[in-house]
Design a protein around this ligand. Structure first.
Ligand code: ADP
Ligand code: ADP
Length: 228
């Protein structure tokens, strides 16, 4: 569960990127976050995994009250919140297997369990045969599938995606969304910031629209644009 209560975020330059966010997302929901560039989508998402701290207000992610946890507790939060970015952020000198395993080794899993988990998530994204290749040998869509595999390797309850299809062609983007849909059907909460109107309108879910730091729409099965 994700809960924002009276959350404000003002950056040092006095820009208010979150102006009184009050949002609850239940376990298992799929939520799109839409709005123009600069609206505050990334800020909203970054606050969920404590990449940014709010200026005021309360954020609760499962059992974590983000205002109360110490910096050394952040890795525990991040085991429950997987993150996927527009630019994949894979480590170029590591193989596909190593990129996915890295997230697990950081939390000290036995080698046999690491291997089994990596194989499971690579199968889930359909790239088990690419385990020994390097990221730059893969297409953009394949790299994003690896990034998704890495994000879910720790079995997080929440998967956050900031423009995951922003660098992909429409067909590849559609493939990525089908993988994210599958992860959601297994019970993982999805929060996805996106400009991809075709996807939002095709795979209907809750839509939170942000403009100029304010939530201007929160619709159960919305389209990319408000048509109500
Ligand atoms: P979006 O993801 O919708 O494009 P952002 O959350 O990135 O929006 O940005 C919201 C507003 O906050 C914008 O005006 C942006 O310029 C500003 N902003 C974002 N990050 C920072 C930062 N680190 N310092 C100052 N201003 C920022
Ligand atoms: P599924 O079978 O899961 O619905 P498909 O990839 O087979 O997914 O596509 C279903 C329909 O969606 C087809 O008519 C296809 O042409 C169309 N489609 C594929 N990619 C896109 C996209 N990026 N945006 C909108 N429609 C798409």
């Amino acid at each position: 569960m994700i809960e924002f209560k009276r959350v404000f975020k003002e950056y040092d330059n006095k820009i208010t990127a979150a102006n009184d966010f009050n949002i609850t997302i239940k376990q298992g929901e799929f939520v799109y976050v839409v709005g123009p560039s600069g609206a505050g989508k990334s800020t909203f998402i970054k606050m969920m995994y404590r990449e940014e701290k709010p200026t005021s207000g309360q954020i609760k992610i499962n059992k974590f009250e983000l205002g109360k946890i110490r910096d050394r507790d952040v890795p525990f939060l991040r085991r429950e919140v997987g993150v996927v970015f527009q630019d994949f952020k894979l480590l170029p000198k590591l193989t596909v297997f190593e990129n996915v395993a890295y997230a697990l080794q950081v939390i000290e899993k036995a080698p046999a369990e690491v291997k089994a988990r990596v194989e499971r998530v690579l199968n889930l994204v359909g790239l088990a045969d690419k385990a020994d290749t390097f990221p730059d040998e893969l297409s953009g869509g394949e790299q994003q599938r690896i990034a998704i595999a890495r994000a879910i390797a720790n079995k997080p309850q929440i998967l956050i995606a900031d423009e995951p299809t922003g660098n992909l062609d429409p067909r590849t983007a559609n493939d990525i969304i089908k993988i994210i849909e599958r992860i959601n059907k297994q019970g993982t909460t999805i929060v996805m910031a996106t400009h991809n109107s075709a996807i939002v309108n095709k795979y209907k879910h809750r839509v939170i629209e942000i403009d100029d730091g304010r939530v201007i729409r929160d619709q159960k099965r919305g389209g990319y644009k408000d048509e109500s």
